[in-house]
Design a protein around this ligand. Structure first.
Ligand code: HEC
Length: 102
């Protein structure tokens, strides 16, 4: 392998290993206004809705993706809410809910 090829390979890795777009907590807080009716201002939910506060970014993202893809079907309303979210919305909301105490 020539030095040039190595260099190209390396720079390619650098481009792809860039940081995953982290969510914006402030934006997530604003977007969560669409969720507080059911999940509460503090994300603690109530007798009908589970706690979203304190979920890790991974847990939160997985859950929303499961509503979007139809793996989770228990709540039509939650599926509808999830379907309105873009990947950026999910990242922002995940970042925000992860900051809330359980
Ligand atoms: C109309 C009421 C309603 C609204 C609005 C709503 N949800 Fe939900 N959500 C629910 C219900 C009910 C469940 C539980 C459904 C189930 O058991 O799968 C749920 C479940 C969830 C879960 C899974 C929690 C877990 O630990 O399994 C997450 C995450 C979530 N909602 C986030 C959101 C976000 C973010 C929004 C706003 C964009 C939102 N929800 C809006 C009712 C709602």
């Amino acid at each position: 392998m020539t030095k040039m090829t190595l260099l190209l390979l390396l720079s390619g890795c650098l481009v792809f290993a860039g940081p995953v777009q982290a969510g914006n907590v402030e934006a997530g807080k604003t977007k969560s206004e669409a969720c507080t009716d059911c999940h509460g201002d503090d994300g603690k939910g109530d007798k009908d809705t589970p706690t979203t506060a304190g979920l890790s970014v991974e847990e939160f993202t997985k859950a929303i993706k499961e509503y979007q893809s139809g793996v989770r079907t228990k709540s039509k309303k939650m599926t509808k809410s999830a379907n309105k979210l873009s990947d950026e919305d999910i990242a922002d909301l995940a970042a925000y809910y992860a900051t809330l105490p359980k």
